[in-house]
Write a protein that binds this ligand. Structure first.
Ligand code: HXC
Length: 260
């Protein structure tokens, strides 16, 4: 891997296992365009590398990711200009054919939760907090959150969280099936690597087909919903409420939404 990665730490903690660590702690690992592009590039390289059989995605011991970068999104011109680039990076994550294990500590919000949900297995610490807080910014999830959260939690819970932006903890994430397992916060990395090791020891061909087949069960009808989500997201991109929501967050005040 090239050393030009800025927002991502890359290591191989065990044979056949690649670990990608989101590394913008000062911005709570907000998923700026650069970070997403690096994630996509690392996955493209892992895809082509026969030695790599399983990838662990993590944010480290304190936080997974606080979602899209609010500063970047606050500038409509930038947000619109980078939209296609962001989508391309998300597509690369979605299309990655090898197993992805998310190791989640702390906040896992917005685009961060969408990234976790794109992973095949999620190991969460008992300190993890999940949520889709976009509505608090006058926005909606834009990388599959409305679809995948609903698939995982069911309509009643997904509506509660998508409409209110309220966070929920690891126990609820486990009970609702959002995550694969919950362990003590300081055991997340070890357990994720243990599972990755079990996975990496299996036939790469069987893994790829197993992943594809399990995905099909939950994603066969997803494409239509994703399109609808994208259209709704784009409508909100130029709304006054979105501008107000993002500005209020950055100015640390309560937003005053007008419905425009
Ligand atoms: C940019 C962010 C950020 C974000 C936090 N920061 N989240 N910067 N984008 N998403 C920055 C803050 O501005 C602050 O910078 C620093 O990180 C620390 O944040 P605090 O709020 O002081 O930290 P803390 O009290 O620990 O609270 C953590 C938090 C909170 C609960 C995660 O920061 C938070 O609610 N963040 C926003 C979460 C959110 O709304 N996500 C959705 C984004 S929209 P300074 O400079 O003040 O130190 C989204 C859309 C997806 O994801 C669409 C995909 C296409």
């Amino acid at each position: 891997m090239p050393s030009s990665f800025q927002d991502l730490l890359i290591d191989s903690p065990a044979p056949h296992i690649l670990r990608l660590t989101l590394n913008r702690p000062e911005a709570r690992n907000a998923l700026r365009v650069q970070l997403l592009a690096e994630l996509a590039e690392a996955l493209r390289q892992a895809e082509a590398d026969d030695q790599m059989r399983c990838v662990v995605v993590t944010g480290g011991p304190k936080i997974f990711a606080a979602g899209a970068d609010v500063r970047e999104m606050a500038d409509v011109a930038t947000a619109a200009a980078v939209s296609e680039q962001r989508q391309a990076s998300w597509r690369t994550v979605h299309d990655f054919s090898k197993p992805l294990v998310a190791a989640v500590n702390g906040y896992c919000l917005g685009g961060g939760n969408e990234l976790a949900m794109l992973c095949d297995v999620i190991v969460a610490g008992d300190d993890a907090q999940f949520g889709q807080p976009e509505i608090k910014l006058g926005m909606i999830p834009g990388a599959g959150g409305t679809q995948r959260l609903t698939a995982a939690l069911g309509k009643a819970k997904a509506m509660k969280f998508v409409l209110s932006g309220e966070f929920f903890g690891a126990a609820e994430a486990l009970a609702t099936g959002l995550v694969s397992e919950v362990v003590a916060a300081d055991k997340v990395q070890a357990r994720a690597l243990e599972l990755a090791g079990l996975i990496a020891a299996k036939s790469p061909l069987a893994l790829r087909l197993a992943k594809e087949a399990v995905r099909h069960a939950s994603e066969a009808k997803l494409a239509e919903g994703m399109l609808l989500e994208r259209q709704a997201f784009n409508v909100l991109l130029t709304s006054d409420d979105r501008r107000e929501g993002l500005a209020a967050f950055l100015e640390k005040r309560t937003p005053n939404f007008k419905g425009r």
